[in-house]
Write a new protein. Structure first.
Length: 252
């Protein structure tokens, strides 16, 4: 068991691929969707189309400015990415891009699920008197329903959604706002999430403890090799071990 840490007064927690499985299995999702719609792909093999779309996606999301704009216009962004991918294999059908985008979004929505132990962990943290904020990038129309669907909204003292707030991770305004909202010093706050820049490096620059939640067991990518998390956990429930808490300690 890892050594216990001094308890924070506030913990800020990412949503997607930290509390719910959302975007990490995109390769699997595209394979399944394209097999279901292989009759639309003319003579192109599913793996070739999938790889072209995923490469177009990688290129698009690799640019931070494009990333911020794109995630706030996610439906249009996905359609444009699919169009770029299809064009790489000689398929230039706008209607097909829209069709695949709709089915991909619906497929991913069906596959989303809450990770084990999330509710119990949040309830134990609140019972211990720790303030909680969920901090998520993207538009409210996609993020708010997730908080309701997975019974998360009422477990947090504060909800920060990029579109509603007007800034998103890793912008300094996000972390400054969270510290002010909970009236805590940076040394009294933890940030937890799966993104090494947004939930580890950026909050660390503000003096906040950065905890990498590596639920999917990813290797550290080369471009984040310089990032040194204060702690690494394999699931949110491991926060309790860091603090010496037990989920059964939650108040009635």
């Amino acid at each position: 068991m890892p050594p216990r840490s001094s308890p924070p007064k506030a913990v800020f927690i990412d949503l997607d691929d930290t509390m719910i499985s959302a975007y990490a299995k995109v390769h699997e999702h595209w394979t399944e969707v394209l097999h279901e719609h292989a009759h639309h792909l003319e003579d192109q093999a599913v793996p070739d189309v999938r790889d072209a779309i995923m490469e177009a996606s990688r290129v698009f999301w690799s640019d931070p400015a494009r990333h911020r704009h794109g995630r706030l216009n996610i439906e249009l962004t996905i359609t444009n990415i699919i169009q770029d991918g299809l064009s790489q294999v000689g398929l230039k059908q706008d209607r097909l891009a829209h069709h695949l985008g709709d089915h991909f979004a619906a497929h991913r929505e069906r596959k989303m699920h809450l990770f084990p132990g999330v509710h119990e962990t949040l309830d134990a943290l609140r019972a211990a008197g720790i303030g909680l904020a969920v901090v998520t990038n993207g538009p409210a129309r996609s993020q708010r329903p997730k908080l309701t669907r997975f019974e998360l909204a009422d477990r947090f003292d504060h909800v920060l959604i990029e579109e509603e707030f007007g800034a998103g991770k890793p912008e300094p305004a996000v972390y400054e706002h969270l510290l002010a909202t909970f009236d805590v010093d940076p040394s009294e706050a933890w940030m937890v999430g799966d993104h090494l820049e947004w939930e580890v490096a950026a909050p660390q620059r503000h003096g906040i403890t950065g905890i990498w939640c590596n639920v999917h067991g990813h290797n550290v990518p080369d471009h984040h090799a310089h990032v040194a998390p204060d702690h690494v956990i394999n699931g949110l429930e491991e926060l309790l071990a860091l603090l010496g808490l037990d989920p059964s300690d939650e108040k009635a």
